[in-house]
Write a protein that binds this ligand. Structure first.
Ligand SMILES: Cc1ncc(COP(=O)(O)O)c(C=O)c1O
Length: 404
């Protein structure tokens, strides 16, 4: 005889959201433009196995104890040197905390900074995951406009002044300055300097999410990090091995000033991140990562070209779209009155997934005429059929068709 279950509804903490977490099988649809996955065929599986074997041979005995609370020290040392070399700022290894992807570091930043009602400024279209985290902590999320060169200084100043006039605290400016998700632009050095300078006046932290930094596929140099323009320690830098290796690694990091690091390490408090993964990544970072990134860039360039050609063939005249030189996204704006939210269900039935604009909007509702398409997963030779199916699901509003 089984015992009666307890009343879970009366027991669960009110502070924890109850929405179910999506559990998706992969591929979730034949044409998955919905999530920022890398190419499964690009994964350096043999190299990772070899790297893990080699690192275990020298450091494997450390698996007998819990990892350092900030994560595997040799990987943090490698990251500190890499950031100085490629992102233009110096940080001690102990100024870096490893986490589960960059999602956990982003969660820790929000948890350490945001009380309900605090204002956080973000690009007016941005990464849905961070928007979800911010909503979870009750942030008052406000959008800042941007153009091809990044956040618009006037719009940023306006938002900061607006909050000040309302007597509200701005806890951070969250920005994805390199191959922005979903807009695709790379903030220029001048705009990075402007964001740093404008926020410095009010002592507002900049929360720089640089997870696409390695995915420049048109051969261009990416400007130094916003953090390199800041000597004060206000800038929080987050990045990940999800986009240059794969999200299944669940390894990312945050570099921040000591008081924030201490708070984040305290709230994390889960015995560090997997030393096993960190060991493989540490060895791979020293041996094969750069060559791997070069290969991935070539693949992504071919995929970008294929998806843009398919958009031209199937949505030419009905829409306009971005032409990214890196990252994983094309942002499409429909010009014929099609509603991307309505189309999403029809598209899914036709085997195509994508993110309708409002999912990426700071206010959660703008952009029903827009869609974010990720081109990381499908092969170049699949893009045409996928975009043809998407175009069929997008139905122009009657008024637009009649030219009213
Ligand atoms: C801007 C941005 N930040 C963070 C993440 C989280 O990725 P992960 O936790 O796998 O590092 C993503 C994933 O798509 C992203 O686009």
């Amino acid at each position: 005889m089984s015992l009666p279950c307890c009343e879970w509804d009366d027991l669960l903490a009110c502070s924890v959201p109850g929405e179910p977490v999506a559990r998706t099988a992969h591929p979730a649809a034949p044409y998955d433009f919905g999530v920022a996955y890398p190419d499964p065929d690009s994964l350096p599986l043999d190299e990772l196995v070899e790297c893990l074997r080699e690192e275990l041979a020298v450091a494997g005995r450390s698996l007998a104890h819990y990892p350092h609370p900030l994560g595997y020290p040799p990987l943090r040392e490698w990251l500190a040197a890499r950031l100085a070399e490629t992102r233009g700022f110096t940080v001690d290894a102990d100024g870096i905390l490893l986490g589960s992807g960059s999602s956990e570091p982003n969660f820790l930043v929000a948890q350490a900074l945001v009380d309900p009602g605090d204002v956080v400024l973000v690009e007016d279209f941005t990464y849905a995951g961070t928007l979800g985290i911010l909503r979870r902590f009750g942030a008052d999320i406000r959008g800042v406009e941007s153009d091809e060169e990044g956040m618009l200084p006037d719009s940023l100043e306006y938002r900061l002044r607006e909050a000040e006039d309302e007597g509200k605290r701005v806890k951070a400016v969250y920005t994805v300055p390199t191959f922005q998700n979903p807009l695709g632009w790379v903030a220029s050095a001048a705009r990075r300097a402007a964001v740093s300078e404008i926020t410095a006046r009010g002592g507002v932290p900049v929360w720089e999410d640089d997870c696409y930094v390695d995915l420049a596929f048109d051969g261009q140099e990416v400007p130094a990090a916003i953090r390199s323009f800041d000597d004060s320690g206000r800038t929080i830098y987050v990045a990940s091995f999800s986009k240059n290796i794969g999200p299944g690694m669940r390894l990312g990091y945050v570099a921040a000033a000591a008081p924030l690091m201490e708070r984040m390490a305290a709230v994390k408090g889960t015995g560090g991140v997997s030393q096993f993964t960190a060991m493989a990544v540490h060895r791979f970072a020293q041996t094969g990562l750069d060559a791997h990134i070069d290969r991935v860039r070539g693949l992504l360039r071919a995929k970008r070209d294929a998806i843009l050609a398919a958009l031209d063939a199937h949505l030419g005249g009905r829409a306009r779209w971005t032409d990214p030189s890196g990252g994983l996204f094309v942002f499409v704006q429909m010009l014929d009155g099609s509603d991307a939210v309505d189309a999403a269900e029809r598209a899914a039935a036709g085997g195509v997934l994508f993110a309708p604009g409002p999912r990426t909007a700071a206010d959660g509702v703008s952009g029903r005429d827009r869609m974010r398409l990720c081109f990381g997963w499908n092969r170049p030779d699949e893009m045409d059929a996928g975009i043809a199916a998407l175009a069929a699901a997008l139905q122009p509003a009657a008024a637009a068709v009649l030219g009213r």
